[in-house]
Every structure is written in structure tokens, then in C-alpha cells.
Design a protein around this ligand. Structure first.
Ligand code: SAM
Length: 265
């Protein structure tokens, strides 16, 4: 069956990389694992014998069918099920509630919807324990970036608000079939939302961050003015939060965004 580029079908073909992905999940013997985009099953076949339960979400009808046929109870896989649907519509909360604990997520993601998947996982963070995900290298650089670096931006802060991220290893295009045009990096994300500890409310704080990062070349102050705040209010709040008046959003750690947001309330 020919790969469908529109569905981000770049199949992993490096068994050592698969082993490293599975090892990065930790002990999954008592866990429910959700795999995003199992494809032809190179990761699935390593996880299925180890996890207590595995749910594979695959949008491609033929691939979903192939996975379903291969991991049947009578073939020794009583705990593998396939959800043939778009991962962006998948109800992680319902599954977590059903199994009574946060889920473990794994996936070599379809790159055409990487950011929507990451934001969807962030929104489902209370239902999730940790995730090991393959993404385009540039995306991994962004989600694991530190303040003051070129890669640090809204996606960084958003993901790190929902937990901690760490980059694990990078693969060249040849590790996939067909090879993508980019390098790929696996990163791990431990979910632990920080809103309560930072003293901010989730929805308004996310909206505030979008304003802060609205235009990369502008100062934080100018971005907040463009969002409708008065100069006086902004400079007072910057002073209260001990942030220099000419600071750019790209230089601030999450704690300082939270301090500024609180000062503006
Ligand atoms: N896990 C396999 C591997 O490593 O070889 C396949 C990874 S491939 C990069 C991405 C997979 O995600 C494909 O199987 C593709 O069909 C599937 N996919 C694409 N869009 C999807 C969506 N919206 N929801 C669920 N699966 C999707």
C-alpha cells in the first residue's frame, strides 16, 4: 500500500529507534497506553506485549483495519483496541475516567497537524501522565526551549505550562520510509499543569500569553498596548512584576509572565 503524504505517512523503519521510544515510556506494565497514528504497527508491536492496555488511534481506514486484524485477542493480544478516527476528536478524558488513571501517550506524529495535536494533549493534560512523541526537529527545539533563545515562543510556554518537556534523540530522514524532508526528534512530556502554583486562571492566562507573543519584533509593552491596555497600566504592572520596560516576551520565564498577568488583574 502506497504511503499517503497528505496523512503524514512517513513510516519509521529503524528498530533501534523504536526500542528507545518504548524504553522512554518507562514501566507500562500496569498502564493504559494510547498510540497516535500506529500506521503499519512498528511501535504498536513493541508496546502491545508490554502495556496493560493499548488503544491505537488511526485515521487511515486501511491502516486501522490492518492493525485491528493483526492485534486480535485470538492472536494473543486481548488488550489492544483500535479507534478509527481523527486524534483531534478523540476523547482522552473519557478513556482516563474509564480506566481510573491518567493515560500514557506515544506516537510518531503526522507532521501536518503536529501543533494541533500538541495543543489538544495540553487541553487534556489532567487525563494524561506522560507522552513520548516524535515530531519535526524544529518543533522539538521549540517545545523544549529556554527563555532568551531563538526557539522560545508561544508554543514553548504553552507546553511548559502543562508540564515539563525534555528532548531525547534525533533521527535523520533516512530512518523513515518514505523519508520526510526534515530531521525528527523524540521528546518526552510529563504532564503537570502549573496554573494553580502560578496563581493564574488557565483560559485568561493563555489569552494573555497570545497577546504577549502577538508580534515577535515588538516589545512586550507594545504588544500589550496593541491588545488594548493603556501605557500607564502596562508600565505599572511591569514595575510590580520587576520586568524591564523594554523586555520582549521571548526573554521571560513563565513565572514572570504569571507575575505580570497577576499585576494586571
Ligand atoms: N507509527 C507509525 C510509524 O512510526 O511508522 C506511523 C507514523 S506516521 C508519521 C503518522 C500516522 O498517523 C499515519 O499512520 C497516519 O495515517 C496517521 N494519521 C494521520 N492523520 C491522523 C489523524 N488526524 N488522526 C489519527 N491518525 C492520523
Amino acid at each position: 500500500m502506497a504511503a499517503k503524504p497528505k496523512l503524514g505517512q512517513n513510516f519509521l523503519r529503524d528498530p533501534a529507534a523504536v526500542q528507545r521510544i518504548v524504553a522512554a515510556l518507562g514501566d507500562i506494565s500496569a498502564r493504559t497506553v494510547v498510540e497516535i497514528g500506529p500506521g503499519k504497527g512498528i511501535i504498536t508491536e513493541r508496546i502491545a506485549p508490554k502495556a496493560q492496555r493499548l488503544v491505537a488511534i488511526e485515521l487511515d481506514r486501511e491502516l486501522a483495519w490492518g492493525i485491528q486484524e493483526r492485534f486480535l485477542p485470538e492472536k494473543g493480544f486481548p488488550a489492544v483496541s483500535v479507534a478509527r478516527q481523527d486524534v483531534l476528536q478523540y476523547d482522552f478524558a473519557a478513556l482516563a475516567q474509564q480506566v481510573g488513571e491518567p493515560l500514557v501517550v506515544v506516537g510518531n506524529l503526522p507532521y501536518y497537524i503536529t501543533s494541533p495535536i500538541l495543543l489538544r494533549l495540553a487541553a487534556c493534560a489532567p487525563s494524561l501522565s506522560h507522552a513520548v512523541l516524535m515530531v519535526q526537529r524544529e518543533v522539538a527545539d521549540r517545545v523544549t526551549a529556554r527563555p532568551g533563545t531563538r526557539e522560545y515562543g508561544l508554543l514553548t510556554v504553552t507546553l511548559q505550562l502543562y508540564g515539563t518537556t525534555e528532548s531525547l534523540f534525533t533521527l535523520p530522514p533516512e530512518a523513515f520510509n518514505p523519508p520526510p524532508e526534515v530531521h525528527s526528534t523524540v521528546f518526552r512530556w510529563h504532564f503537570a499543569p502549573r496554573f494553580a502554583a502560578l496563581g493564574v486562571e488557565e483560559a485568561p492566562f493563555i489569552t494573555f500569553l497570545k497577546h504577549c507573543f502577538a508580534q515577535k519584533r515588538k516589545t512586550l509593552s507594545n504588544n500589550l498596548r496593541a491588545a488594548g491596555l493603556t501605557s500607564d497600566r502596562i508600565s505599572q504592572a511591569l514595575e510590580t512584576a520587576s520586568i524591564p520596560s523594554q523586555a520582549r516576551a521571548e526573554t521571560l520565564p513563565i513565572e514572570q509572565f504569571a507575575a505580570l498577568h497577576r499585576a494586571l488583574l
